[in-house]
Design a protein around this ligand. Structure first.
Ligand SMILES: *Cc1c(COP(=O)(O)O)cnc(C)c1O
Length: 342
């Protein structure tokens, strides 16, 4: 194992750490250049760049980590590539081809191999592919030049010091508009959620649960994670809506629930009034896989999940252990879920 960086992996948090190499490719005159790795972490661009004026940017997030048998792998990066193509289409940005996206991820991880935390540390190398409009744009229109990048930063274990179920609130803000951009990974979705999350934290909540912006009667997701519920009779339920971001973790967990655990899965609208009938709730995303929710607060009304404030509920735990096992190589993975880095 080549973890030459001598980092205290288990005490790393989730913050930017400059690593050695990042991938960059530029789009100009209707085409992408060949792309290259660079040691330079800074970007110089025109003051009127499309991204700076009109927020024309989208991103992805995935991890590289070391498996139990010492391989360095990524989990379903093809889905990140496809989702970024969808984001680009909605944002009038040029697609970065899937095969090239995978190549860029491989190159970035391979070049930063010494930054990939060892198996068992719980840490991983977080990868951030992103794209932005780089040439001057003052009249409102798409940029004609873009930059695609992938950088890597090591991140610590999510459940450092043990699992702590979250307390979330039903938000009075919306994160997405009906027929807006909630289903794509646009930076702008995050810019406008910042006030809501700062306000939630000030009031003692870990996250905002957003409702469907059209009727405000159905549960959508949190600022950066999809939601899974478990019913008292052991069914897995996940909200369905066109303004939810299609989480790769959630899509994988749903498949694990059905195919590995033999559970019934329902993807359907989940109304606010249904919350009291659930036994377990979890937030899913690349960062944590699943983070258990212990309490949902709806304007002073506390809905306490029977799974409690001490640990994951039993079904959430099984889902978590199985998906983590698939990622770490201790549980057989479905065909095509794991991409190895040579
Ligand atoms: C990225 C993101 C998620 C999680 O997606 P994963 O692919 O599982 O990491 C969920 N919700 C929102 C709004 C996101 O931006």
């Amino acid at each position: 194992m080549m973890c030459a960086k001598n980092i205290d992996w288990s005490n790393l948090g989730f913050g930017y750490v400059k690593t050695d190499w990042r991938y960059v490719s530029n789009y100009k005159d209707g085409q992408w250049d060949d792309g290259t790795l660079t040691g330079n972490e800074t970007i110089v661009m025109n003051e009127c760049a499309g991204v700076l004026q009109y927020a024309q940017t989208c991103f992805e997030g995935l991890k590289a980590y070391t498996t139990s048998d010492g391989r360095i792998v990524c989990f379903r990066p093809d889905l990140n590539a496809e989702r970024m193509i969808d984001s680009c289409e909605r944002m009038e940005m040029p697609a970065f081809p899937k095969e090239r996206f995978l190549e860029a991820v491989k190159k970035t991880v391979a070049a930063n191999r010494e930054w990939v935390p060892p198996y068992g540390s719980g840490a991983s190398l977080y990868l951030r592919p992103y794209m932005f409009g780089s040439n001057p744009v003052i009249g409102v229109k798409p940029a004609s030049e873009y930059q695609f990048r992938v950088f890597a930063t090591p991140v610590g274990p999510y459940f450092k010091g043990g699992v702590r179920p979250l307390t979330v609130r039903i938000s009075d803000f919306d994160r997405a508009a009906p027929r807006g951009t909630g289903h794509i990974k646009a930076g702008l979705n995050y810019a406008m959620s910042l006030h809501a999350i700062v306000d939630a934290h000030e009031k003692g909540f870990d996250e905002n649960v957003y409702l469907d912006p059209g009727t405000r009667t159905y549960i959508e997701e949190t600022g950066g994670a999809n939601i899974l519920f478990v019913t008292k009779d052991g069914k897995v339920v996940t909200p369905k809506s066109s303004s939810i971001l299609p989480s790769i973790t959630r899509r994988s967990l749903v498949q694990v629930a059905a195919d590995y655990l033999g559970l019934t899965v329902e993807e359907r609208p989940v109304s606010l009034s249904e919350l009291e009938s659930f036994a377990e709730c979890g937030l899913c995303g690349t960062a944590a896989v699943i983070s258990p929710v212990g309490k949902i607060v709806d304007h002073g009304k506390e809905i306490c999940l029977p799974s409690g404030m001490e640990d994951m509920g039993p079904v959430t735990k099984k889902l978590y252990d199985t998906l983590r096992g698939i990622q770490m190589g201790t549980v057989p993975a479905p065909e095509g879920w794991i991409m190895e880095i040579e």
